[in-house]
Design a protein around this ligand. Structure first.
Ligand code: F6P
Ligand code: MN
Length: 306
């Protein structure tokens, strides 16, 4: 009989992840799964409100943010939650060990098109603002054709997939342990308006298919585009542009957790100045240019932008 892969809980235990952190990680995976069961109810429409970035809030954004926040609080493990969709951080349990930063529903523009979207989470012990170096865990859930969950606690990057056990209960089973970005890399996905890119970045982008022979893959959901380069190698960027020098993506909710995950998979991240793990801002809501990929491509990018 084929051997059953480890469940997420078994993997966390075997990896000697501290029990409270392990509980937070596995709780989140199942909370996000429960949230997903309700997605069809919230697929259409916006609330008419704008979030703190001035973006329209989709009904699904609001629902997922509320569901994840309520249930994270119920774990009793969270002191404070910072969310892309909360104007102020949510204060939970004063004595709880963790501070969470999250993008509850990444890729809202893909809701109506039924393309992939995801949830991104970073976990800290100390309050924000903090650099990504202080992350104790980062994980994401990709609501794709299959449900995957990827986490790191600084001991490699590991991927799980939802499937049912013999009793019909949903479990997350190990799909890939210690993921390593394939070299030299196969795909690239670049956001923003190419006419608004820095000419040096435009030239670098052209070289990605002319010289590096990479193929284009861009879906417009950071989690999904990230998953492409994590599994196939290459580079993802949402660069600095003339109109938006700080790019579009958010340092704390999106960039830093994914930088932790990619660096733990042998890749590299870059903000235009430093690793995204070293990028600091007094503003928890700050945006940052994002460049994430194979090490040699990020090194070439640094030379191109210098
Ligand atoms: O969270 C912002 C986001 O939706 C990301 O998921 C994605 O990478 C980016 O915006 C897409 O932006 P655009 O629609 O400009 O390509
Ligand atoms: Mn997002």
């Amino acid at each position: 009989m084929e051997e059953q892969p480890a469940t997420l809980q078994e993997h966390l235990k075997k990896s000697k992840v501290e029990p409270e952190l392990a509980r937070l990680i596995s709780s989140f995976a199942y909370i996000a799964l429960d949230a997903q069961h309700q997605f069809p109810k919230y697929l259409r429409g916006t609330l008419g409100d704008k979030n703190k970035y001035g973006e329209a809030v989709a009904k699904l954004d609001e629902y997922v943010n509320g569901y994840l926040c309520d249930n994270l609080v119920k774990t009793g493990l969270v002191r404070k939650i910072y969310s892309e969709e909360l104007k102020e951080p949510l204060i939970a349990h004063e004595d709880a060990p963790f501070v969470v930063a999250m993008d509850p529903l990444d890729g809202s523009s893909n809701i109506v098109t039924n393309n992939a979207f995801g949830s991104i989470v970073g976990v800290y012990r100390t309050d924000l603002p903090q650099t990504g170096r202080k992350l104790v865990a980062a994980f994401y859930k990709l609501y794709g054709p299959v449900n995957t969950f990827v986490y790191t606690v600084g001991k490699g990057t590991h991927e799980f997939v939802k499937h049912y056990d013999s009793e019909g209960n949903a479990q997350f089973y190990l799909l890939a342990e210690n993921l390593r970005m394939p070299k030299p890399g196969e795909v690239f996905g670049l956001g923003g308006d190419p006419l608004d890119w820095d000419p040096a970045f435009l030239k670098f982008a052209k070289d990605l298919f002319r010289k590096e022979k990479l193929k284009v893959r861009y879906c417009g959901t950071f989690v999904a585009d990230f998953s492409q380069i994590l599994h196939r190698g290459g580079i993802f960027s949402y660069p600095s542009t003339k109109k938006s020098p700080n790019g579009k993506l958010r340092l704390t909710y999106e960039a830093a957790p994914m930088a932790f995950i990619i660096e733990q998979a042998g890749g590299k991240s870059w903000s235009g100045k430093e690793s995204l793990l070293d990028a600091a801002s007094a503003d928890v809501d700050a945006r940052t240019p994002v460049y994430i990929g194979n090490r040699h491509l990020i090194e070439k990018l640094k030379v191109a932008l210098a």
